[in-house]
Design a protein around this ligand. Structure first.
Ligand code: TEU
Length: 550
């Protein structure tokens, strides 16, 4: 593997700064809080830290609505703080990745303020403006240019009375979509990215990057299909690669709702000079009722999940993929797919084992490494996320009863993963000395980093071992993937193979004992992680290593 693709053997840790560590007692995490926790992250062994957005923002979507791409929001600190953080991360041999949110800006960004000021403003064309539907009074019910729904409820069009037209927003009405057809927009974004690289950042996680190129003309239909992977996507990414990314040894990961295996292969094939890897979504939708939004949960069909992952494992050949169960948009995997009651530690380890030993670059979301769980929400007042709040309003308006809404939020709200990092068993889990912006999970008395670090059998030490295996075992990075027992609804097992090495990964993803006979050619193999036995206890997992020639 060339030095250029160092990220193939790296593990990335995602920090959601607002909920990680608060240094100044205002109840919101900040950059100096992160600075104080670098020893912990180094002990875990991760290579790269990805920060969710810390730029200046009205915080309508917790920073994914940016009003100044080149400044830090005061709630998180200052430019001097980010410079200090970059240096401190580098001094420890780690790298720092920034979130890049350029499908849309905040409606408070000066570009948008100009764009909305008049129809002939030079920046009018930096966003997507459209007149009312033919025959409708602008602003009247049903006059939106198309029937598209935003990701976070309501129409994707917002009427602006200043000029009597509508602007497009795929997310909240405070996140207008930028017009990437306009070369000045692209130039401004590339210049901004280059200045961050000069500041020392090592790469970008690119928010909904496959939505940049829109398919015109805009017509009624399904926005998600009309807007993802538009006709100029590859051209834009190749241009960005030439003007910003090429030859700098960076790491780039594009978040891509609606991407297929074939498209992902194109986005990440090094010969095409676009991105290193993508975040895919198919495996995140399998536990929703087919055809329904995420708010209709169903139990995870393990057989379908395995088939889906196997398709991605073998379908990306020249390119590369990322591996994740958790991030700031998803509920906690140990509650979602594991058992956060009797088998919290065991099931967190089982999911980690099967994720980290696949082909791809694993991402660990803060708190995942100590087995943090969903929050036991009991009232609507406890929610902060704009997506959840909009869903409550939309569902109530549709006549859904409150207990049903509450059940869907408990299962699916993004706030499940946004409660503060649990550092210790003290008040507010050591996250803040003030009043936290969102409630700390009461289970922090038991589930916390201090306890996990002190216990050699903890989830934390299991992650350390898995990360170490990726760094030291070539087969983890480079081996081919082959799914085993595909139809078994309880076992998750696979092989990784190369010319001279073999690895067997087995996990019982259930609450009952299951038998799995170790294949003969692994007898006498070395246990790399976990505990080997032919009868697996609930959520028991292990990996076994053998050289190819016995
Ligand atoms: O998420 C994009 C995305 O696809 C989400 O809308 C996802 O489907 C949803 O959160 C599941 O509930 C990115 C960011 O990760 C997210 O935090 C932002 O809110 C969104 O873009 C807009 O920037």
């Amino acid at each position: 593997m060339s030095a250029e693709s160092w990220w193939k053997s790296a593990v990335v840790y995602q920090i959601y700064p607002r909920s990680f560590a608060d240094s100044n007692g205002d109840g919101v995490g900040d950059l100096r809080g992160i600075l104080a926790k670098l020893d912990y992250l180094q002990h875990l062994g991760v290579d790269v830290l990805w920060l969710s957005p810390v730029y200046k923002s009205p915080q309508d979507d917790n920073g994914y609505d940016i009003s100044d791409y080149e400044d830090i929001d005061p709630v998180f600190g200052t430019l001097a703080d980010i410079d200090e953080l970059i240096s401190a991360v580098h001094a420890r041999g780690m790298r720092l990745v920034m979130d890049l949110v350029v499908n849309h800006s905040s409606d408070e960004h000066p570009w948008f303020l100009e764009s909305r000021a008049s129809r002939d403003n030079p920046k009018r064309d930096w966003y997507w403006w459209r007149p009312a539907r033919d025959g409708f009074e602008p602003g009247a019910p049903g006059a939106e240019p198309t029937n598209w729904r935003a990701y976070f409820s309501g129409s994707a069009w917002e009427f602006d009375s200043t000029t009597g037209e509508y602007f497009l927003h795929q997310f909240t009405r405070r996140q207008p979509d930028l017009n990437w057809e306009n070369p000045d927009v692209r130039r401004a974004v590339y210049d901004m990215m280059n200045r961050w690289i000069e500041r020392g950042v090592d790469g970008f996680r690119m928010d909904v990057i496959n939505l940049l190129s829109k398919t015109e003309p805009f017509t009624d239909g399904h926005m998600y299909f009309a807007m993802a992977n538009g006709p100029r996507m590859h051209e834009f990414l190749q241009e960005m690669n030439r003007q910003v990314l090429a030859g700098k040894g960076l790491i780039t990961v594009g978040e891509m709702p609606g991407v297929t295996v074939e498209q992902a292969e194109h986005y990440t094939d090094p010969a095409r000079h676009e991105l290193n890897m993508v975040f895919t979504f198919e495996h995140m939708h399998l536990d929703a009722v087919p055809g329904e939004p995420k708010w209709s949960p169903r139990p995870l069909p393990l057989v379908e999940l395995k088939a889906n992952l196997a398709k991605w494992q073998t379908g990306i050949v020249n390119g590369w993929n990322s591996l994740y169960w958790n991030n700031h948009d998803q509920p906690r995997s140990v509650s979602r797919w594991g058992n956060d009651r009797e088998y919290r530690v065991q099931s967190a380890k089982a999911w980690a084992t099967v994720l980290h030993l696949m082909r791809g670059t694993p991402y660990v979301y803060q708190g995942e490494e100590i087995g943090m769980t969903n929050f036991p929400f009991t009232s609507f007042e406890q929610f902060r996320d704009v997506e959840s709040l909009n869903w409550i309003a939309e569902a109530r308006a549709k006549g859904v009863d409150d207990p049903t809404i509450m059940n869907s939020l408990r299962a699916r709200s993004r706030d499940n993963s946004r409660t503060p990092m649990q550092w210790d068993d003290s008040r507010h889990a050591g996250f803040t000395t003030g009043d936290p912006w969102i409630t700390v999970n009461p289970n922090h008395a038991k589930v916390n980093a201090a306890a996990a670090v002190a216990d050699p059998e903890s989830v934390f030490h299991h992650y350390r071992r898995l990360i170490e295996l990726r760094h030291t075992m070539p087969i983890v990075v480079a081996g081919d993937f082959q799914l085993l027992v595909a139809e078994d609804p309880k076992l998750f097992a696979y092989l990784r193979t190369s010319d001279d090495e073999r690895m067997l990964v087995v996990a019982n993803m259930s609450n009952v004992e299951v038998r799995f006979a170790v294949p003969d050619d692994f007898s006498g193999g070395e246990v790399l992680v976990g505990t080997l036995s032919e009868t697996l206890a609930p959520w028991q997992s292990y990996a076994l290593y053998a050289s190819a020639h016995g």
